[in-house]
Design a protein around this ligand. Structure first.
Ligand code: NOJ
Length: 540
């Protein structure tokens, strides 16, 4: 079993991961939707940016009821995105460029068009009936229990042909697999092997904490703190998820998944999951026999732009991790408001970039964040996301999934000018794009490149410890990253006013990078002066 080693970190400990949402990255067929060939063509950009691994959101054959998170075949590519030969070329090209490839794996549910479900719904005595979660109606004919769907309405849909309900915690086109059935487990483990044999380096495992539900399917209790203004059909947020999430028995399945990953050298398992720290940390396993990286969303979900809260979150994480567990941080993904929008603007985004790329642990970047793409307001008639369609336009996730802004041409180089992209482009795409920022020595893109290059060249930023600086003002977050002889201070000013950090340790220190990209060199005295919304890295 691979565990964290201080002297030779694994690739997934050194790496910076970049999430590609393939529908929105690069269209090469002229249909307004990105594809795998587009990812291949943009790999050089990612190498120049300086990331080490890409995570590609689902490209499996899918009716796209949830844009690929409804999988109709775990071992193929949807024609919209290409084919297996294109995928193989993607892997080869990426590996040639020393990039690792992580793919999405969606174990909790399939598409209702997956052959397994088509068989399962064909009859109560079908051999695959028990591959999904079917239950007879309650005594009054209603749903078997009170569980709600994340996307609105009940988590159960009635199938008149066989007169039973099936479970789906997302849209009804995403029936949930029965992971208590050993045949399901075996079939799903084989899908991991299928992709590892093709050279895939790791998996991002969709809602992995959901795959086991309460054996008795008990009702979830109401959430006493549920917001009062929820849409009427949002049953899910009105309840606690006591019996639908993070059941103890899931740990045994995680161990089994890990042992399958370990059949192949140096693969990595990343889990999408939530929960309080003491529950979340269990997904690493008791001795590191669980996931390599359970995603840590704590600097994103529910977090405001506040230095004390950020520090408190990092300190709590560091304290909760057993020695074998490697931290990781996420500030954006295809389900959440863009970080520029969430944290207040582009000045904050620069400081956030420095924080994400200098904390101890593996960072995951979301495509477009490196040029400061903001959430795009989606006109109601262009909403695509089922969450937005069912729960209201303000809940749509489309705003963070808009096409990548490559250049100043009419469709920003994402798709031909004559074609309508599947989601609208940001109105600022003519100014805010890769081509413009690549030429600008002070752009956010340049800052990301400098940070990534520095991180790669600086052992303290990868393998160093984390020690917060208590003397920092309340609206600054500062920490040491020390490794052997190397001593680095990262100081982040979260405020719109100048701030100072004084520390005897800063005598003879020099600035090696500022988020303003305009200064380097020795400090005068043992005081570090920070301009409004400035982050700096100082070497001692
Ligand atoms: C989490 C994914 O990130 C999200 O996009 C998807 O809708 C749900 N899981 C269901 O697969």
């Amino acid at each position: 079993m691979s565990s964290v080693s201080k002297s030779t970190p694994h690739w997934w400990q050194r790496a910076v991961v970049y999430q590609v949402y393939p529908r929105s990255f690069q269209d090469t067929t002229g249909n307004g939707v990105g594809d795998l060939e587009g990812v291949i063509r943009r790999l050089d950009y990612l190498v120049a940016l300086g990331v080490d691994a890409i995570w590609i959101s689902p490209f499996y054959p899918s009716p796209m009821a949830d844009f690929g998170y409804d999988v109709a075949d775990y071992c193929d590519v949807d024609p919209l995105f290409g084919d297996l030969a294109t995928f193989d070329r993607l892997i080869d090209t990426a590996h040639h460029l020393h990039l690792k490839v992580i793919i999405d794996w969606v174990p909790n549910h399939t598409s209702d068009q997956h052959p397994w479900f088509i068989e399962s719904r064909a009859g109560r005595d079908n051999p695959r009936r028990d591959w999904y979660i079917w239950r007879p109606p309650a005594a009054d004919g209603g749903t078997p229990n009170n569980w709600g769907s994340f996307f609105g309405g009940p988590a159960w849909t009635y199938d008149p042909r066989t007169r039973e309900y099936y479970l789906h915690q997302f849209v009804k086109e995403q029936p949930e697999l029965n992971w208590r059935n050993p045949e399901v487990r075996a079939a799903m483990m084989d899908t991991l092997r299928f992709w590892m044999r093709r050279g895939v380096d790791g998996f991002r495992m969709d809602v992995i904490h959901l795959i086991i539900k309460d054996a008795a399917l008990r009702d979830n209790p109401p959430d006493p703190n549920a917001p009062a203004d929820l849409p009427a059909n949002d049953l899910h947020q009105r309840q606690l998820h006591t019996y639908t999430e993070d059941q103890d028995e899931v740990q045994e399945v995680i161990r089994e998944i890990r042992s399958v990953l370990d059949e192949f050298p140096d693969r990595c398992g990343i889990g999408e999951l939530w929960g309080p720290l003491d529950r979340w940390v269990r997904y690493y396993g008791e001795h590191g026999e669980g996931l390599h990286l359970p995603f840590n969303f704590r600097l994103m979900d529910g977090m405001v732009w506040d230095a004390r809260q950020m520090r408190a979150s990092v300190d709590a994480l560091e304290a909760a991790l057993p020695p074998f567990a490697w931290p990781n941080y996420v500030l954006g993904n295809h389900d959440r408001m863009r970080l520029v929008t969430r944290f207040g603007g582009h000045a904050q985004a620069r400081v956030a970039a420095m924080m994400l790329l200098t904390l101890r642990g593996t960072p995951t970047l979301y495509y477009g964040d490196e040029i400061g793409m903001a959430d795009v307001p989606i006109p109601p008639d262009r909403v695509q996301d089922p969450q937005g369609l069912n729960l209201g336009v303000e809940r749509t996730r489309d705003g963070c999934r808009t096409p990548m802004q490559w250049d100043g041409s009419p469709n920003s180089g994402f798709c031909p000018p004559s074609v309508e992209p599947w989601l609208p482009l940001a109105t600022d795409h003519r100014e805010r794009n890769v081509a413009t920022q690549a030429e600008d020595p002070t752009s956010l893109l340049t800052l990301y490149r400098r940070l990534l290059a520095l991180r790669r060249a600086t052992p303290a930023l990868v393998g160093g410890g984390y020690r917060p600086v208590d003397e920092a003002p309340n609206d600054c977050f500062a920490y040491w990253r020390n490794h052997n002889e190397q001593r680095l201070l990262v100081a982040l000013n979260f405020s719109d006013a100048p701030r100072e950090i004084a520390s005897p340790g800063l005598a003879a220190a020099r600035v090696i990078l500022s988020t303003y990209l305009d200064r380097e060199g020795p400090l005068s005295g043992a005081v570090l002066a920070l301009r409004p919304n400035e982050g700096v890295i100082v070497a001692v």
